[in-house]
Design a protein around this ligand. Structure first.
Ligand code: TXA
Ligand code: MG
Length: 322
């Protein structure tokens, strides 16, 4: 729903601090996606986030800190291998480590003994955290909707009266990469804005991928990033051409280079995965507004680096993940 005749409820940094200190929830900008923030020390405010987002209680939240020093407040011991990863903070890397159970409320951890932590790069949000202390912040979308990459998207999901600290459109447009420390190395729990290749280069070891049905990261078991229409993945140009002729296909989600007789929603050049990801969630939201029923997705792009993240998100958003 759009509220064209009403301004967004934008708040200043000072007002955001006040709302959070008074037990409220505020949408905050990060370099990945917008977050729905509450203070880590405020359990009733954290409860509000779960209600607002309609988020299952078994899906834990990421704790956002302003700098590396705050890490020691939240986790029992900082592993030696973490030293190599420091260079990615501030930035789109979330690490899951054993929690200091008394410092991280069980609700934020969804009862797990671990805590997910990151230092966001957006200067406004880091200023905010310096004034409020650590903030929990899941993506600022109703569960199952595409994440919000602008203040307008937050308003679409939470209405015109919802307080938003507007930091402009998100630079990456896709969530942080989540990794978990295990005895024998790091496991990739969620692909994201930091590529697996960048991580393995720095670690000098490959990341483990969880096999089997039960995901370690509870968030991965829920259907995510879902537009209202059905997305059908086409892995080759031939498949796309063949299905385009079928009745009931309304449009194609693809790239500037995509060839199709159907209307095209482009994510930019297929050689520019960074741009593709920046446009992805906004484009999925446009699909919802168009009321398309069946949309073909051009999956003919390189699946390395950020291309792997794009492929993962499109697959999750598609009918194939149902
Ligand atoms: O870029 C981002 O990470 C954004 C911005 C706002 O920082 N946040 C975000 O949060 O994407 P959310 O809640 O939408 O996704 C967090 C993911 C979920 O899949 C959740 O299950 C996982 O991180 N997670 C959080 N704590 C965890 C833990 N202790 N163990 C395993 N997975 C965890
Ligand atoms: Mg999310």
């Amino acid at each position: 729903m759009k509220f064209f005749n009403r301004p967004l409820m934008k708040v200043t940094l000072k007002q955001a601090v006040q709302i959070l200190k008074n037990g409220g929830v505020v949408a905050i900008p990060t370099e990945t996606v917008y977050g729905l923030a509450a203070r880590l020390c405020d359990v009733p405010a954290i409860k509000k986030i779960f209600v607002l987002k309609k988020r299952p209680a078994d899906n834990p939240l990421i704790v956002h800190i302003a700098n590396l020093q705050d890490l020691a407040l939240l986790t029992k011991e900082i592993p030696a291998t973490f030293k190599k990863l420091k260079k990615f903070w501030p930035g789109p890397l979330t690490v899951v480590l054993p929690a200091r159970l008394k410092s991280v409320p069980s609700l934020a951890r969804a009862g797990l003994k671990t805590v997910a932590i990151r230092v966001p790069a957006h200067p406004l949000t880091r200023d905010l955290i310096r004034k409020t202390g650590p903030l929990v912040a899941p993506s600022a979308n109703v569960s199952g909707r595409p994440s919000a990459t602008t203040a307008f998207h937050v308003e679409e999901d939470f209405g015109p009266d919802f307080p938003i600290l507007d930091g402009g459109p998100c630079r990456a447009g896709v969530e942080s990469t989540v990794i978990l420390l295990k005895k024998n190395g790091w496991s990739l729990l969620r692909s994201g804005a930091l590529t697996e290749e960048e991580l393995t280069d720095v670690l000098g070891l490959p990341l483990r991928h969880k096999k089997g049905k039960r995901p370690i990261s509870p968030g991965q078991k829920y259907r995510h990033y879902a537009p209202h229409c059905r997305l059908v993945l086409c892995h080759t140009a031939q498949e796309l051409k063949r299905l385009s002729k079928k009745e009931g296909c309304n449009a194609v989600l693809g790239f500037d280079e995509t060839v199709s007789v159907l209307p095209l929603l482009s994510l930019g050049s297929r050689l520019d995965p960074q741009k593709n990801l920046r446009l992805l969630y906004a484009t999925l939201r446009v699909l919802d507004e168009r009321k398309d029923r069946l949309v073909l997705v051009d999956m003919d792009f390189a699946k390395q680096g950020l291309g792997a993240t794009l492929a993962e998100r499109l697959t999750k958003a598609s009918a194939e993940a149902r």
